[in-house]
Design a protein around this ligand. Structure first.
Ligand SMILES: [Zn+2]
Length: 355
């Protein structure tokens, strides 16, 4: 056997009296990435739940802990994976997405698999393909505050049905970043669930309830009625500040900033943003400091935004999402995503799409 320098630990069917009472105590019991196995009523099928790929996103850990405390038996065999245990444990607990100097584990699910995070990612993919699950869910929290949503890579009924166990919104994106859900080989549907903000008790409750539905449903794909209530967001436009820009959040323009977004901009997450809404204030570069790219890389800033005086205004009715007030993430990742709601290829109600 080849030696594994970064082994994934294994824990079979822990019972409620074997785990700590709080998620902090439960976390303390873990020594690193851990793969759990819970035998189900039907051992001929299985499902997989992945979570804590980001150490600062505890809702999925709440859900697994809650599940263990319930002592329930899943409908099928159930495997669970906890990823960035070390990052989560690093004080202050649940504050580090990854350990300093390490790669983001949820960007490592593509070759080369030659460093610590890559080896963990490759090991997880190997485990998933070995057990051939009916479905995989990967539970996360958003960086900003806001409601829950799911993300899939293709408009497949499996993604919609799994998503509807948790939320009423699904985003379909083909932006391949090396996330777990981007792994397409073998046709196993992998759906990302974003439960809402990392410190929001509603997000933890949603994760617990959805996890239970996922584990207990005798047939996952038998009932598709709930998907009719869902909103579908497709091909979102990614809005970023150009490199080297200064960003702030305030109730008025910050001197020297290329963009100041409204202090309460997170309240727009998934809400309707009407044409002419003032999102904040631009600096001396004006709109030139912003880019709004589609998946092909084309910029649409002028199509969606205008500057009047120094205000940043929307030019049409939009839905914005994944808005974060974490300046570091907003600058290194993106400010937010948008879809124009009058364009059905971008936004639709699923009851209008399905016949
Ligand atoms: Zn995450």
């Amino acid at each position: 056997m080849t030696e594994q320098p970064y082994p994934i630990h294994y824990w079979e069917a822990p019972r409620s009296d074997e785990v700590g009472e709080t998620i902090e105590q439960f976390l303390e019991q873990l020594e690193g990435p851990t793969w759990f196995y819970f035998p189900g009523k039907d051992n001929s099928r299985c499902r997989v739940v992945s979570t804590l790929l980001h150490g600062n996103e505890p809702s999925g850990l709440h859900a697994l802990h809650h599940w263990i405390l319930s002592n329930e038996v899943p409908a099928t065999d159930l495997y669970c994976f906890l990823g960035s245990v070390a990052a989560a444990k690093q004080p202050p607990v649940f504050h580090h997405r990854m350990l300093p100097g390490k790669r983001d584990l949820n960007r490592c699910f593509r070759p080369p698999y030659n460093d610590e995070e890559g080896l963990v990612a490759a090991d997880l993919l190997h485990r998933i393909t070995s057990v051939q699950p009916e479905a995989v869910i990967d539970i996360h929290n958003t960086s900003g505050a806001g409601p829950s949503f799911a993300i899939g890579t293709e408009l497949k009924p499996e993604h919609l049905i799994i998503s509807s166990l948790f939320t009423e919104r699904i985003i379909i994106t083909d932006l391949n970043l090396g996330a777990l859900m981007d792994y397409q080989e073998g046709g196993i549907p992998i759906t990302t669930i974003e439960c809402g903000g990392a410190h929001d008790p509603h997000a933890h409750a949603l994760a617990c309830e959805g996890f239970k539905r996922f584990a207990l449903a005798p047939q996952l794909f038998a009932d598709n009625q709930k998907i009719k209530a869902m909103d579908l967001y497709r091909h979102p436009i990614r809005v970023e500040l150009i490199k080297g820009s200064e960003l702030g959040f305030a109730n008025g323009p910050i001197a020297g900033a290329d963009l100041t977004l409204h202090q309460d901009v997170e309240r727009y997450n998934f809400g309707l943003v009407n044409q002419g809404t003032n999102l904040g204030w631009l600096g001396p570069q004006g709109l030139a400091s912003l880019v709004a790219r589609d998946a092909q890389g084309y910029d649409h800033v002028q199509h969606f935004f205008a500057m009047e005086d120094e205000c940043l205004l929307t030019r049409q009715d939009l839905k914005l999402f994944m808005i974060t007030k974490n300046v570091e993430i907003a600058l290194s990742d993106c400010l937010f995503y948008l879809v124009p709601i009058q364009e059905p290829e971008h936004f639709s109600k699923l009851d209008e799409v399905l016949t």
